[in-house]
Design a protein around this ligand. Sequence first.
Ligand SMILES: NC(=O)C1=CN([C@@H]2O[C@H](COP(=O)(O)OP(=O)(O)OC[C@H]3O[C@@H](n4cnc5c(N)ncnc54)[C@H](O)[C@@H]3O)[C@@H](O)[C@H]2O)C=CC1
Ligand SMILES: CC/C=C\C[C@H](O)/C=C/C=C\C=C\C=C\C(=O)[C@@H](O)C/C=C\CCC(=O)O
Length: 261
Amino acid sequence: MSVMGRVALVTGGAQGIGRAVVEALLRSGAKVSVVDINQSCGDVCKSELDAEFGGDNCAFIQCDVTDGHALRDAFQKTVELFGRLDIVINNAGINNEKNWEKTIDVNLTSLIKGTYLGLEHMSREHGKRGGTIVNVSSMAAFLHSPHQPVYTATKHGVIGFTRAMADASILGNYGVRINALCPAFVDTPLLQSVEDEDNMGKFIKFKEDFKRSMDKFGVLQPSLIAEGMMTLITDPSLNGAVMKITCSKGIHFHTYEPMST
Ligand SMILES: NC(=O)C1=CN([C@@H]2O[C@H](COP(=O)(O)OP(=O)(O)OC[C@H]3O[C@@H](n4cnc5c(N)ncnc54)[C@H](O)[C@@H]3O)[C@@H](O)[C@H]2O)C=CC1
Ligand SMILES: CC/C=C\C[C@H](O)/C=C/C=C\C=C\C=C\C(=O)[C@@H](O)C/C=C\CCC(=O)O
C-alpha cells in the first residue's frame, strides 16, 4: 500500500521517534497531523517540516493526549484540515515511575482512546473506508527492566490490547489493520529521563544498571524505527503483528506459539 495522498495522525510527533516517523510519512507523499503536548517543540517541528516538504502537507495540533476531549478534537481537526484519515500512529509516551499513574494514562489509556478514535474515523463499522493503526510498545515488554516496572506494564498492555483489537478488526470486518512496534533503546530525549529522580522515583538508584543494559544492547537511531514503522503501515499482509527492532537482530517480528486447543 502506498501512503501517497493518504492522511496520517501521529501522537508525540514533535520529537524523537514520532518526528522521524512524521518525516518518513511526508517523504513518502502523505499528509501528516503532528499531535503533541509540547507547543514550542511542535512549532519548531512544523516550521522545519514546512520548509522541507511545503506548507500544506503537515499540521501541528497542540494536544495533551490524556485529555480525551482534546484528543477527540485533534482527530476531528485533522479530518477537517485534510479531508480524510487513513493512518494513526499512537506513539506518545513517557517514562515516569514517580507519577506512575500518569505513565499509565499517557502510555496505555490514551493509546486505547487513540485506537478507538482511529476506528471511529476509519472503520467500515462506521461507514468509513478502512485504514491502519500502529501502537508503539517497547522491548521492555520482552525484557522487563527493574528500573521501570510501571512503564514495562504499560508496554505489555499495549501489545495485548493491540493483538486483541487486530482480532476484533477481523471479526468485525473493520477494514483496519492494527499492529504493534517494539523498539529497543532509541537515541531520543526520553532516554535522558533515566537520570532524573523526578522520573525514576525510588528506582533512580538502579540507573547505573539501566545504563549497563543500554551498553549491552546498544542504542538505535530513530530513522531505523521509522523504517520499521513504514513497513507496518504499508504491508497489507500485517495485522496483529508485533514488530521488534533491536541492535542485535534489526527489524524482525515476534512469533507466538499457536494456542493449544
Ligand atoms: N526512546 C526509547 O528508547 C524508546 C521509546 N519507546 C517508545 O516510543 C515512543 C516515543 O518515545 P521517544 O520518541 O523516545 O520519546 P520522546 O520523549 O523523545 O518523544 C515523545 C513525544 O511525545 C510527546 N508527549 C509526551 N506526553 C504527551 C502527552 N501527554 N500528550 C501529547 N504528547 C505527549 C512529547 O512532547 C514528545 O514530543 C514512546 O511511546 C516510548 O515509550 C519504545 C522503546 C524505546
Ligand atoms: C528511560 C528510557 C525508557 C524506555 C526505553 C525503552 O522503552 C526500554 C527498553 C527496555 C529494554 C530493552 C531491551 C533490549 C533488548 C535487545 O536489544 C535484545 O537484543 C535482547 C535479546 C533478546 C530479547 C528477547 C526477545 O527478543 O524476545
